[in-house]
Write a protein that binds this ligand. Structure first.
Ligand SMILES: *Cc1c(COP(=O)(O)O)cnc(C)c1O
Length: 239
């Protein structure tokens, strides 16, 4: 067994244990975050049965989508998305997890090719309230969610968050709980959201305890990344 196959097997076992512990009847999907890793690493994970992959950078992601066309993979865009990059994402990805402005969703809706299935979306919520973090505020998510849900060629599936890095387990857990409560509130307002995209290598078990339906795991599958692309950080803007 390769290192990636062994890591995947271990993560799947931990997801399953956390899911049973939480008494979650529904499945928890594993998104393998492949940013900075070459197409060959994705191919190795795919050979070990992994189907869904996450990418943070548009150009890098599109290159991998194109290099791996021979495999039936599902591609999720999970990085910050600028409006001048929406077309490439609309044409190459299956999901986008980082919607925090109506304008971006409108462009994706206009640019999604008719031949493809609707683009699946999550709205990113800034649950920690840090000024530096992307995501819509918990107060503003209601209006945005209803507006996005009304757009054609898209399907709003749920909410996503990246809580602040903290050693405080209770605080972290409360952030995930808040995302679940927001999702439940939106469903009570008439939406039908089935996805909570939350939890990464260091905290996915806590996220599952609060009802995550999809965890996004990179380092624990592929290994450590070079420092420039650290987890959860925005892409650096060079001078
Ligand atoms: C990088 C990244 C991940 C994966 O982080 P790890 O700590 O490597 O598991 C998950 N979600 C987002 C949005 C990321 O940018």
């Amino acid at each position: 067994m390769t290192a990636i196959a062994g890591n995947l097997q271990a993560i799947r076992a931990r997801i399953d244990a956390a899911r049973r512990e939480a008494g979650l009847g529904s499945a928890v999907d594993l998104l393998a975050v492949a940013k900075t890793w070459p197409a060959s690493a994705v191919r190795e994970a795919a050979a070990a049965g992994q189907q869904a992959f996450g990418e943070n950078y548009v150009q890098e992601g599109v290159e991998k989508v194109q290099a791996l066309r021979d495999l039936a993979l599902q591609w999720h865009f999970i990085g910050p998305l600028q409006s001048n990059k929406t077309r490439a994402v609309a044409e190459h990805f299956d999901w986008v997890h980082t919607i925090d402005r109506l304008r971006i969703a409108q462009r994706l809706s206009e640019q999604r090719p008719a031949a493809l299935a609707p683009l699946q979306l999550c709205i990113q919520v800034n649950v920690s309230g840090e000024a530096s973090k992307s995501g819509v505020s918990p107060e503003a998510v209601h209006e945005l969610a209803h507006a996005v849900a009304a757009l054609p060629r898209l399907r709003l599936r749920g909410l996503m968050c990246i809580p602040e890095a903290t050693e405080n387990a209770a605080l972290l857990r409360s952030r995930f709980a808040q995302l679940r409560q927001l999702r439940d509130a939106l469903n009570a307002e008439g939406l039908a959201l089935d996805t909570l995209s939350m939890g990464m290598s260091h905290d996915f078990e806590t996220a599952i305890a609060e009802g995550a339906s999809m965890v996004r795991v990179g380092t624990a599958i592929f290994g450590g990344r070079p420092p420039k692309a650290e987890s959860g950080k925005e892409a650096a803007v060079l001078p």
